[in-house]
Design a protein around this ligand. Sequence first.
Ligand code: AGP
Length: 606
Amino acid sequence: MCGIAGYTGEARALPVILESLYRLEYRGYDSAGIAVEEEGEFFLKKVKGKISRLEDALMETMVHGTSGIGHTRWATHGEPSKANAHPHFSEDKSLMLVHNGIIENHEQLRQKLTTNPEFKSQTDTEVLVHRLAENYEGDLTEALRLTLQEVEGSYAVAAMHLNEPGKLVAARSGSPLIIGCSGDGNYIASDLPALLDFTREVIFLDEDEIATLTPDEITVQTIQGEKRKKSINSISWDAVQAQKGGYKHFMLKEIAEQPQVLRQAMQGRVDGSRVVFPNLELDEEVLKNLKKLTLIACGTSHHACMVARYWLEEMTDLHVEVDIGSEYRYRSLNYDAGTEMLIAVSQSGETADTLAAMRKVSAQGVPVLTICNVLGSTMAREADDVIYTHAGPEIGVASTKSFTTQLLVLFLFSYFLGRLRGSYGEQPDLLEKLIELPDQVDSLIRDRSLYKKIAREQFKKEDFLFLGRHLNYPIAMEGALKLKEISYIHAEGYPAGEMKHGPIALIDEEIPVVVLGPTSRVYSKMLSNVEEVKARGGIVFGVSMVDDRSGLAEVCDYQIAIPQTAELLTPFLTTPPMQILSYELAVRRGCDVDQPRNLAKSVTVE
Ligand code: AGP
């Protein structure tokens, strides 16, 4: 989704803001713009398309100003165009504003305008800037505070006024915004990667807070005018982690990082035959008294929850429910706060639908645990407790390492809960096999030649089918999601047992079928499903264990071999082949792997 960057300090603002915008590219956008205060007026440049176009348009521009704001826009109201790109400005161009999110009552705000400004865009944001100009009486913070009291919707905004040089005012409600602090000045950004080149000292703005930044001071208050004392957090991620480091794409780098991040996510949590979460503060009694556990997430994170349901059902006596954030938030449900808990799973910790579902449940007094990757994200701060996945910055829009680390945390949590409740015995062998996973994943991703060959042969296909059962049914869905989002090939992930109920009608020699068939309780059922596909002329790519001698590998046209592991751990090893296969097909089709069309990394609007 849209990205905001801002700087006020001693350095030239233009290169700082441009660099920050590049670091926000991964969020997805279709136009970009920048405004810098320069000798009593604003220098403004906007383009439709990539930030590199903005940079080209700025070539040989000598702007020395030391404060400014920038934006990457992901179109909601109005098409992607230069006119609709941010910053937007007041009639006299004394006020500049950038905005993420949606102003739901923009029409009412337009009616409220007492002046008659000429609108230059189709955006909801432009109404906000004109209303802000009307409320301005010499203090931008106060004007923004009053204006935001009139606004309904979700937003993060940043604004500047020529009458107050060097001052940036920023606020958030429903969209993320963080403040960076350093000896050279202060920064605003939508996400951490935009700041890592400049500072690791950050302030997380909370909902409905407004920050006022000058080169050497940051003050925060609420939209209601209550002063806030904020703490400065030191972030351990570094800028190098958020760069490609010699890889062609972030996605490829992030696939390759999985062994290392899986080790990281295990560290301090596996102790012999015990699983511990040293920082978990949830009362053990709450966990022991549970009867029902609900897991909520969107997209790839939802697939991780689907896998976790099988683990939780195997290791605990709980009733487990899994739902998608956008569906769950509108369901009519009764809660029992004493015996229920919600787990919200998210890479970003900012996904609007997951957040809304989490708030709905929290309002009923039900404890909420979040499993997320981004430190200090909204979910991490609003939940009763958080378990971090420690995947490091994930920049590619397609979730890869965040998914496998979510799986890891969910597996460990299921085991932990099973032991705590006495419903699962100690399984030292299982945990030993878990510890082997990073090396096994490493062996899986080192050689991509088979995937390249498949991509060469299949890249013109327009439909793929992914089949799995039990623990690997969600992985089939994840394989299909990965493929469609980055290669634009239509793909469906199906529980193999459902084939006969409809999808088998699709099978012919034109539709490649990827079958997830590691050795498991459903292996023979998968084998029958493969036979059915083969009998109808389908081309089958079978993911099965390296010593698979019971038939599946032979029946398939291609075997993608994975190492031997325990049945419960197979999703960790069937996932990387899905990621690499999608990656190679997308590359072969010439797609923009890291920033697929129409997609945003962090979906902060409904
Ligand atoms: C998957 O590759 C996508 N990036 C998307 O489905 C993503 O998983 C979803 O938007 C949820 O994001 P979150 O984990 O940050 O909440």
